[in-house]
Structure formats: C-alpha cells, structure tokens
Design a protein around this ligand. Structure first.
Ligand code: FAD
Ligand code: S2G
Ligand code: ZN
Length: 471
C-alpha cells in the first residue's frame, strides 16, 4: 500500500471518523506516559470498537508496513505504550472495547474486552457476588488488556497471584491480522503449548489482546486491617512468616513502607496523617480477609501482633476500627507513587528477590548507594509476600534535577547489580517497555534473550508490533 494518507482513508473506512484521532493537538494524552517520563509522536491514533475492527486495522497497517503501538489506560511505568519520535507509528488504543461479554458464576469466570478498566471489572465481579482480586494503585484507569500485557501484580498477589495466574483464556489479534480465539474458560486444557502465556507479559510486542476469560473468586465477607511500626525489614520478614503460619490464605495484604516513603505521602498527599505520634523507621500494612462474615480475624491478628511485640518485631500497632480508617491507611500506601512525583525525578527500580533476602538486599543496596551517591533519598516500599520492592531513588534534598538525572544510569546499575547478587529480577511486575531494554539485555541470560527473539521472529517477523519495546 502507498502513502500514509491512503492508509488513513482505509482506516477511516474501518473505524469511522469517531475512531480516529488525527489532530496532533488532540493526541496529547496518548503520547506521553503517566509521569511524563516518556514522550513520542504518532502519525495517528486509532480507536477500534471491536475485535474485527482491530483485526482490520492491524492487517491494513501490516500491509502498509506501518508499526503499531498498542495502548490501554497508559498507566504503564516503563514507556511501553508510548510511540517513538518518528511520527510514523500508529497508536492503537483499546479504550473503546469495554464490553463485559459474559459472567459465569458457576464456572467462576468472567469474559471481558481489553479496554475494560480494572475497577469496572472488580465492580462487575462484585455484582455477580464474586471477587476479581487484582488490585493496584492505578486500578481506576488501567485496563485489563494492559494488565495482561504487563502481567500486572499489585497488593493481593501473595494470596491470588498476578494477572497470569488469574487468566484462563485469551482472544488475540496476531501481527498479520488473524484473530486467535482462545477464549476457553477451562481450568484444565492440556493440548500442547499453553499459547496464552506467550501473550501475557508480552507488552504488545507479539499481538494485541482483545478479550480474556478471567477467574473469579468467592466474595470476601470479613476483613481486618492493621498498620504496624517495625524496627527493620528483617522484622517484616519475621512478621509475615508469623502471620502466614497463623492465618494461611487469609493473609491478603502485607505492604512494607520505609519512613522516607511515608514522609513523602504525609508531605504531599492531602488528607493523609501519621497513624502514630512517634516516628518509626519501617511500617507494614497488614490485611486479613475471609469469605465468612464473622471469621475470627481480629483475634488472629491480635495473636500474631502479640507474639510480634514479645519478640521485639513490632514497635507499635493500630487496628482499623472503621471502613473509613481502613481506607485512610490504604491511602497512605497508595499515595506513595504520586507523592514521589512532587520530589523531583523518581528513579524506579521494581525489583524482586527471594522474600528471605529482602533484609540483606536493603542493607547492601542502602550502604553502597550512600557511599557512592551520598544524600540520595531511598524510597523503599512494596509487596513483601512477593519479594517485590519498589526501591526508588529521589534526588538529595535541595539539589537540582540535572546532576541527579546524570547519575541515573550509575544508580540503576548499582541497584540491579545488588539485585542479581541475590538472584533477583530487575522487573518484578511493571515489565521492560523501553525503560529497561538495555538493562534486560545486560542482565538476562543470552540464551533467554535468544529464545525470546526466536518467539518474536516467529510471531511478528515484520517487527511492526510495538518495536523498540522489550527486545
Ligand atoms: P498501558 O500503560 O496502556 O500499556 C502497558 C503495556 O501494555 C504497553 O507495552 C502496551 O503496549 C501494552 N498493551 C496495553 N494494552 C494492550 C493490549 N490490549 N494488547 C497488547 N498489549 C497491550 N503495576 C503493577 O503491576 N503493580 C502495581 O502495584 C502498580 N501500581 C501502580 C500505581 C500507579 C499509581 C501507577 C500509575 C501505575 C502502577 N502500576 C502497577 C503500573 C501499571 O498500572 C500497570 O503496568 C498496568 O497493568 C498498565 O495497564 P494500562 O492499561 O495502563 O496499560
Ligand atoms: C506500587 C507503583 C510504582 C512506583 O505502588 O505498588 O507498583 O514505583 C508500584 O511508583
Ligand atoms: Zn507495585
């Protein structure tokens, strides 16, 4: 096919005028990420309303040799949904595909389109008397397609797993425009390679996810939440072990936060107050949940915290006595991401190490960072049960952005080196995108990269699906 304008005319035949954004002045929100860390230019934004329209768009772009950048809620933190600065790429937004196609309470499954916002999915599950457990700070705007493409994690992974664990079937438009309908709601299907797992976590580089069959869980009817002050990450690891032994799968949230991360929230997020009068070095937010309406959760929590105090693992604790207080405690935790933006550039390191290595990782990384980059502020927090720390770095108080940004690569290298010393991963839940391509090429085993490239070559031989991301 010929010129871009011929492509635009053909695309308009498929999606109609309403499905195209041609005016650069109206493209803004599609061309930069949530933090404004990445900015690109697009030939146009296309917003198909159905799987068939996605397939036609992909076929037209494939035949025209035009690269596609799939986009959902654009809340990703690795620049995976942002086009390059050539102005030749097409952003394909799934945000018009918001149908909930089917809910099957007896099979405990729900079939949704890729553009469904995570919060709406949670609400649809609740209306059916069930729970869809994925929960993360961006749930008000991230989409199911983006959650699948990044294999999103969040705060309930320790009990329910990440998006990969919550998925039974997928519908995908392949890079050549063919539609793969793998929308089966089966918990057992052993008929060869499990193809859905190729696309989950592929960040738009192997195809466009247009729908999914997701697992539903029994609804929660009782919940108790506590905010606990601790002397160290070691105490947090001891405490989660204690709570797991006591409560088993009732432990549905265990979020660690350093004092620095809480300080940022108290400073920048309106309505957040310190649950304690005294300052402490570390905190955890603990949540227990049960399907029984009157499960003895408060008693379990009291037993666990009681022995933690005796063992010197806890310094203070408050158990939420109302829904409002539960929300207020979670608002502190979920406010950390936004609060960091008010303190200059946030160098994000979404790392994971074995849970038992979290204390030693923090000690080693803190020490080496302060030696090499005195004054940088370490904003460490995250999902202890998954071994996943958001070990983010902000510039020294009162310093300029530029010299700090100039050290970004050295800071990142130091933190990832320490991560690998503990056999960890440089990306626990956010993916690679464009932010961590070089790091992934540096830290991943050559054989793993070779196998990934073979899969990319097999599924997207023209390389038009989200080029420059992941590989
Ligand atoms: P986008 O940002 O639009 O896209 C993300 C990637 O997926 C891109 O590579 C894009 O090309 C691709 N993509 C999008 N839709 C499709 C599709 N239909 N088919 C194929 N590829 C597609 N993430 C976590 O895992 N855990 C957290 O706790 C967490 N907390 C966050 C808190 C805040 C405040 C913010 C802003 C982000 C947080 N994130 C977290 C990151 C982000 O919300 C997730 O990565 C989310 O899954 C992205 O969804 P999205 O719809 O915004 O995807
Ligand atoms: C979270 C958000 C990303 C960040 O809040 O759990 O995934 O580092 C993170 O701000
Ligand atoms: Zn997270």
């Amino acid at each position: 096919m010929g010129t871009m304008s011929e492509l635009v005319q053909a695309l308009e035949q498929v999606v109609g005028k309403a499905g195209l954004v041609l005016d650069p002045a109206l493209m803004g929100s599609y061309l930069s990420d949530w933090r404004n860390a990445y900015r690109g230019r697009a030939a146009l934004v296309v917003r198909p309303g159905s799987t068939e329209e996605v397939a036609s768009v992909v076929r037209l772009c494939h035949d025209a040799g035009v690269a596609l950048v799939p986009q959902g809620g654009n809340t990703g933190l690795c620049g995976g949904s942002i086009p390059d600065d050539s102005g030749q790429q097409v952003v394909l937004s799934l945000t018009r595909m918001t149908r909930i196609r089917n809910v099957d309470p007896a099979n405990e499954t729900i079939t949704v389109e890729a553009g469904v916002i995570l919060q709406h999915l949670q609400e649809a599950a609740a209306e059916a008397g069930r729970l869809f457990p994925l929960s993360l700070g961006a749930e008000g705007s991230c989409t199911v397609g983006g959650n699948l493409a990044t294999n999103a994690g969040g705060t309930a992974v320790l009990r329910y797993g990440n998006m990969r664990d919550l998925t039974l079937g997928l519908e995908v438009v392949l890079p050549d425009g063919r539609i793969w309908n793998g929308l089966r709601g089966l918990r057992k299907d052993n008929t060869g390679y499990d193809l859905k797992h190729l696309f989950i976590g592929s960040e738009g580089t192997l195809g466009i996810i247009t729908a999914a069959v997701l697992k539903l869980y029994p609804a929660i009817h009782s919940r108790t939440t506590a905010w606990v002050a601790l002397p160290s990450p070691q105490a947090a690891v001891e405490l989660i072990g204690r709570m797991r032994a006591l409560c088993g799968d009732r432990l549905t949230g265990f979020e660690l936060m350093s004092r620095q991360s809480v300080e940022f929230v108290l400073r920048h997020v309106a309505g957040c107050t310190d649950p304690f009068a005294e300052v402490h070095p570390w905190y955890v937010l603990i949540q227990l949940s049960d399907t029984l309406p009157d499960a003895p959760l408060a008693q379990m929590l009291e037993n666990g915290l009681g022995s933690a105090f005796e063992a010197g693992e806890a310094l203070d604790a408050v158990v939420a006595s109302s829904e409002a207080q539960v929300d207020a405690l979670w608002a502190i935790r979920e406010g950390i991401s936004e609060a960091q933006n008010h303190e200059g550039p946030s160098l994000k390191h979404d790392i994971s190490v074995p849970v038992s290595c979290i204390p030693a990782f923090v000690e080693a990384a803190d020490l080496r960072l302060q030696q090499a980059f005195p004054g940088v502020r370490i904003v460490a927090y995250g999902h202890v049960g998954d071994g996943n720390l958001h070990y983010n770095i902000s510039k020294p108080t009162g310093s300029d952005d530029a010299p700090f940004k100039a050290q970004a690569e050295a800071i990142m290298g130091l933190i990832y080196d320490v991560t690998l010393e503990f056999d960890g991963s440089i990306s626990a839940e956010h993916g690679i995108g464009q932010a961590k391509r070089e790091a992934a090429h540096h830290y991943k085993a050559p054989l793993e990269l070779e196998l990934m490239r073979s899969l990319k070559q097999a599924l997207d031989p023209t390389g038009l699906m989200n080029p420059g991301k992941v590989l």
